[in-house]
Ligand binder design. Structure first.
Ligand code: ARG
Length: 576
């Protein structure tokens, strides 16, 4: 264990238990403004055992359990204990982090089988900023959980089935595969969809063809399936281009579209019926989950089968849960989907509980997120009033980053700049998305997200590049300072070291609520602590052994910066 606060908790556990009559009692260790840490647990313990909190705090201090760890212990206020860590203790813990490839982050004690449902664009429809959010948030959670040692399945639940495919396939036939494929895989998905939709509205014969085609599709007609498959493939080629640009983990192996659950749905529906959960309402099959009401306060049904006998979006999500629990053995399912689908998911989860498919300790969590807004505070739109194409945003981010790097670092070759601009542009976009609490809306603002100052992607990447440049200037190989002892003399050194050792708890806190912005805040604080250290503690100009000690601290900072940015899905260039 290399987090000093966690070490403190562990050392205090026995005495707290002893004072609590043998039962464990949380020492409640927190960071402190006045000292390095503060122990708050004596207060609640005193209340429980009926003694004076200050006296109890004093007994904990006098027990000597923190003798090796603290250079100063002070009982304050109604019974807090302020702790100042002994430099030797922090230095020893820091040395463990230096020597650890995992930078002090232990593997999770109980590893879980986790399914993360994210990205999920729709075939023959443009990806928009909502899909950006799902993709970026989901990807970062996957990276964190995999790093902790959990077994994670990524599932890209693309919308590749349903009524619109009748008209889409007919439109594909009208255009001919070559023309259609050009438009679709080049990213004119919306154009294709809109054309099909317009024909459907205007032409009676086309409507009939589309309807007949849906029936053929549902009955697994072979020729129809071939056409459907082409459509899905073309869209996937396009999605993959976006994923590559964006630098996310998703591949074709992660596709788990709605179509894949079609064959399961009959069985799932039958199981619902056998349990007596299904009733008929206006010719449709529905399940009533207690507590769900419509606007008039009447019970709201979940439709599982339409009047025409077709399964619904909700039914495919039921089948999904069954599949994830029964085939994949999932302990935890995360649904990274926008807030508007909260109601849909709550109902799906509730019906699964009623059917006994979702039972403790298996958990399903809606990792919801807010909208991306334009400067006018409304849903982000293009100038023409359409939703903004994700791929255009990605290209613009890289172009803008390229221009700003050219300005800041005119000596960099165009080739190097291209690579760095990719990392900085995409990183800025991802960081802007991840760094606000996901449940809130955020305003999309190019200038802000690409600024080199403030809580932005470029600022953090720059902090990392700056450390690399210190080593470059001094012509020192970073790995050569890793054996050197780090001495924590200055308060800025100590603050930075404590932050570095807080990395494991930053990850834990982030995953407690699946909120990547918490890790963002940590990385920002780390960069800020480094900046104070750099201002107050000369590195290259100091004498040995301080010079090497400070270089080693800088190197460790860069390692944690690079690694934590990596967990957010961002690349940290050496130079920018
Ligand atoms: N395709 C849907 C959309 O674009 C999202 C699907 C989310 N996943 C799920 N299991 N329902 O809105």
């Amino acid at each position: 264990m290399s987090d000093p606060l966690a070490t403190l908790s562990a050392l205090l556990a026995p005495i707290f238990a002893e004072l609590n009559g043998g039962e464990p009692s949380d020492p409640t260790v927190r960071p402190s403004d006045r000292a390095d840490a503060q122990i708050n647990g004596a207060l609640s313990l005193a209340q429980r055992v009926g003694s004076n909190p200050r006296e109890l705090a004093q007994r904990i201090v006098d027990s000597g359990v923190l003798g090796d760890v603290a250079s100063e212990l002070e009982v304050a206020g109604p019974g807090f204990i302020n702790v100042t860590f002994a430099a030797a203790f922090l230095e020893a813990q820091l040395a463990e982090v230096v020597a650890d490839d995992r930078l002090g982050v232990a593997r999770a004690a109980g590893t879980k089988r986790v399914v993360v449902d994210y990205s999920a664009p729709n075939v023959a429809k443009e990806m928009h900023v909502g899909h950006l959010r799902s993709t970026v948030i989901g990807d970062s959670l996957v990276r964190m959980m995999e790093f902790l040692g959990h077994t994670v399945s990524r599932e890209n639940h693309i919308g590749d089935w349903g009524r619109p495919f009748g008209m889409l396939i007919e439109h594909l036939l009208d255009l001919g595969e070559d023309v259609a494929s050009e438009g679709l895989s080049q990213g004119d998905l919306d154009g294709f969809y809109k054309e099909a939709n317009a024909k459907f509205k205007d032409s009676e014969p086309f409507q009939e063809r589309a309807r007949a085609r849906v029936v053929l599709l549902q009955n697994s007609d072979e020729d129809t399936l071939v056409l459907w498959h082409r459509l899905v493939e073309m869209s996937n080629a396009y999605f993959n281009r976006v994923y590559t640009k964006l630098g996310v983990l998703l591949t074709d192996d992660d596709l788990a579209g709605e179509s894949q659950y079609q064959s399961l749905m009959t069985g799932v529906h039958q199981r619902l019926e056998e349990q007596g959960l299904v009733s008929e309402s206006d010719g449709a099959m529905v399940v009533f989950a207690p507590g769900f009401k419509n606007r008039d306060g009447d019970p709201l049904p979940m439709i599982t089968k339409s009047q025409t006998g077709a399964f619904m979006y909700a039914t495919s999500d039921l089948a999904c849960v069954v599949d994830r629990v029964e085939r994949l053995g999932a302990d935890l399912m995360l649904y990274v989907i926008g807030t508007p689908q909260a109601h849909h998911l709550q109902m799906v989860f509730e019906v699964c509980r009623m059917a006994g498919w979702l039972t403790e300790p298996t958990q399903a969590v809606h990792v919801n997120f807010g909208s991306v807004l334009g400067a006018d505070g409304k849903m982000m739109r293009s100038r023409a009033g359409d939703s903004v194409k994700l791929v255009d945003l990605l290209d613009e981010a890289v172009e803008r980053a390229d221009a700003s790097i050219a300005e800041k670092n005119p000596d960099m070759s165009a080739q190097d700049r291209g690579v760095v601009a990719q990392a900085v542009g995409i990183g800025a976009l991802k960081y802007a998305d991840l760094s606000t609490d996901r449940i809130k809306d955020y305003v999309f603002d190019w200038d802000r997200m690409l600024a080199f100052e403030g809580n932005t992607g470029p600022y953090l990447q720059y902090a990392h590049a700056r450390i690399c440049s210190i080593f470059r200037r001094a012509a020192i190989e970073r790995s050569t300072v890793r054996e050197a002892p780090i001495v924590l003399g200055h308060t800025a050194e100590k603050a930075l070291a404590m932050r570095i050792m807080g990395y494991p708890s930053a990850i834990d806190n982030t995953l407690d609520s699946y909120s990547p912005h918490k890790l963002c805040t940590y990385v920002y604080e780390l960069a800020s602590d480094f900046s104070s250290f750099y201002q107050e503690c000369p590195i290259l100009k100091s004498d040995e052994p301080m010079r090497t000690s400070r270089l080693a601290l800088a190197d460790l900072t860069a390692r944690v910066l690079e690694h934590s940015l990596g967990l957010l899905g961002m690349i940290a260039p050496q130079e920018m």
